[in-house]
Design a protein. Structure first.
Lengths: 437, 167
């Protein structure tokens, strides 16, 4: 059996099982057990069992439940209310100000948690109804919530970045740090777009007089109130950048920072800690069980020689690097509209690895672009997770409205990606400054 | 049967609590490592190993609870577009297939754990422990999940009952 028959057969089997509604972990188990049986017979089962064991004891992956626990403690500690009040005061009074507050709040929440769905759900239940009640345009408000939430997997700490780094076998610390500048640039692009849209289409936002904004306290005091949250960010990214902690250790110190913050706001309790641990175990298990089931796929690709042969085909195509990069981003951009982010990452990363080496693409640069594409996948109709998270938080808003709301921001992110592709330094500058592992 | 189901649920609940506890163990291990390395200048040999070992039970002790809740990640939008009369038997078949896959996975990983136990194999990290202490959670998670999938098959037959069809 030739390598391409094996590869296409495996992918067809996987897609067929997923389309039938087989749980993702089970679909990967079927594909890998079949692959092991075809290639090695029952003698290969030990390899398969060890592949699951090795993934389930990879210490870097411990950062996944820890970042989830950290975000959970932050959300339950009342931090969001403090941040919202402070931003509301700092942003000032101008038409469309709530759109700006929404995007800035999302960006800051992105620096304190790592899951877009959580932030979309949170803002969908809190800020989104408040914006609609004040007379802000429903569709555009939904768009800013979605756009803001999409920043979270890019701005560190990011669960998705940890997973990409682990699967692609690149430095987790550098991968996390690489998301800082793109996250800030995209935040800036969203803000510019929002301000311009409201300027040319004032009906999108209510008049300042009916906006309901109140001048409570001084701006200095509002800024000071945000400092405790900055402390948590420092406990994660600061320690990584300074080389004091590895990403996994930083995730644990982030949990400590979040606990201290909860104590600072008087919300620390056994119940809060217990619920955070259970949530971390829940989400961590759901994500990592898929990884454990799927990692064998990359080993099968290597053993069959499919990865090497695919590399030779790519060399024979002799495409320009820019065109190859475009194709390597366009394929997941389309597939992420229909498939689960983690599942597709687990399939594409081992296929892409030899191509990246052939074209000498910078690892961190390429996988950060890939991470951004995966993030867009949560935002693109018809099956983006973030869209459904907002829909479940705001059930009275038709899904069509949410679909239409997301597209302008999807294209802004695509424009941002073009910028990062043309100027790789925007991604690689900060990681190159650090010695992070 | 009712007693067995309750017992299974009870074991799952205890396991889930163990998964949450594992998150705590991972967290505290890394805190200790950071303090020991940067404040006491005495890095441990066990912190990373313990965190690595605790990750496995976190994943696989929580797995049966996720299966019980029907929370495993599924792409079900194609199935949802089908009429109920097709959806139900397909869903039943998929659940049966998933149960069998989990059972097979449990058998494969269980056999490997048994081999590790018989041969006295230890983990390769500096803080070594018998490997089966850690790996045993994998067949447990898969086996218990398989049982939940089988239970679901019994509780939701492939064809709608007469009273449901009338409703």
């Amino acid at each position: 059996m030739t390598w391409w028959m094996l590869l296409s057969g495996a992918l067809a089997l996987l897609l067929f099982l997923m389309a039938l509604g087989v749980p993702l972990f089970a679909a990967f188990l079927v594909m890998n057990v079949t692959g092991v049986l075809v290639l090695f017979g029952p003698a290969g089962f030990g390899l398969f069992a060890n592949s699951i064991y090795t993934t389930a004891t990879t210490s870097v992956l411990a950062a996944v439940p820890l970042f989830i626990a950290m975000g959970e403690i932050m959300f339950r500690s009342g931090t969001m209310e403090v941040l919202f009040d402070s931003l509301d005061r700092l942003v000032g009074r101008f038409r469309g100000r709530q759109y700006v507050v929404c995007i800035l709040l999302s960006a800051i929440l992105g620096a304190l948690s790592g899951a877009a769905m959580a932030v979309a759900g949170l803002l969908g239940r809190s800020l989104f109804p408040a914006m609609r009640a004040r007379g802000y345009d429903t569709q555009f408000s939904a768009g800013t919530v979605l756009a803001g939430a999409s920043l979270d997997p890019i701005i560190p700490p990011s669960v998705l970045a940890i997973l990409v780094a682990t699967i692609a076998d690149v430095s987790t610390g550098k991968m996390l740090i690489a998301g800082i500048i793109p996250g800030l640039v995209l935040t800036g692009m969203f803000l510019v777009y929002v301000v311009i849209r409201v300027y040319f289409e004032p009906s999108l936002a209510p008049d300042i007089a009916v906006d309901g904004a109140q001048e409570k306290g001084s701006r200095f005091a509002a800024g000071m109130k945000m400092l405790p949250s900055a402390f948590v960010f420092f406990m994660v990214m600061g320690l990584i950048i300074l080389g004091i902690a590895t990403p996994t250790e930083a995730a644990a110190t982030g949990v400590l920072g979040a606990l201290l913050l909860a104590a600072f706001y008087g919300r620390l309790s056994v119940k809060l800690v217990t619920e955070a641990m259970f949530t971390a175990a829940t989400v961590g298990s759901l994500l990592l069980v898929i990884m454990c089931s799927a990692v064998m796929f990359s080993q099968i690709l290597t053993v069959t020689g499919a990865a090497r042969e695919l590399g030779q085909v790519v060399v024979a195509l002799n495409l320009a690097p820019a065109l190859m990069l475009f194709m390597m981003m366009a394929v997941p951009f389309i597939l992420f509209m229909f498939l689960d982010q983690i599942a597709l990452m687990l399939v594409l990363v081992p296929i892409y690895q030899p191509i990246i080496r052939i074209y000498s693409f910078d690892d961190i640069w390429f996988w950060t672009l890939f991470l951004i594409v995966a993030t867009v996948g949560g935002l693109t109709p018809p099956f983006g997770y973030v869209l459904f998270a907002l829909k479940s938080a705001a059930p009275d808003v038709p899904l069509q409205v949410i679909y239409r709301a997301s597209w302008p921001f999807v294209w802004i992110i695509v424009a941002g990606m073009a910028l990062f592709a043309i100027f790789p330094g925007l991604i690689t500058f900060l990681p190159n400054l650090t010695s992070s592992r | 049967m009712k007693y067995l189901r309750a017992l299974h649920d009870r074991i799952t609940a205890i396991g889930f609590a163990g998964a949450a506890l594992s998150v705590g163990v991972i967290t505290v291990s890394f805190w200790y490592e950071v303090v020991a390395r940067y404040f006491l200048a005495a890095p441990t040999v066990w912190a990373y190993a313990v965190a690595s070992y605790a990750l496995c039970p976190m994943i696989f002790l929580a797995m049966p609870e996720m299966t019980r809740r029907g929370a495993q990640i599924v792409i079900d939008y194609l199935l949802d577009t089908l009429p109920l009369k097709y959806r139900r038997p397909i869903g039943w078949t998929v659940t049966l297939a998933t149960a069998l896959v989990c059972l097979m996975g449990a058998w494969i990983t269980g056999a490997e754990t048994w081999r590790q136990y018989l041969q006295g194999i230890e983990t390769v990290l500096a803080f070594a422990v018998p490997k089966w202490w850690v790996s045993i959670f994998v067949p447990y998670g898969l086996l218990s999940s398989a049982i939940y999938f089988f239970r679901r098959l019994i509780e939701a037959p492939p064809v709608a009952r007469t009273d449901e069809a009338v409703a």
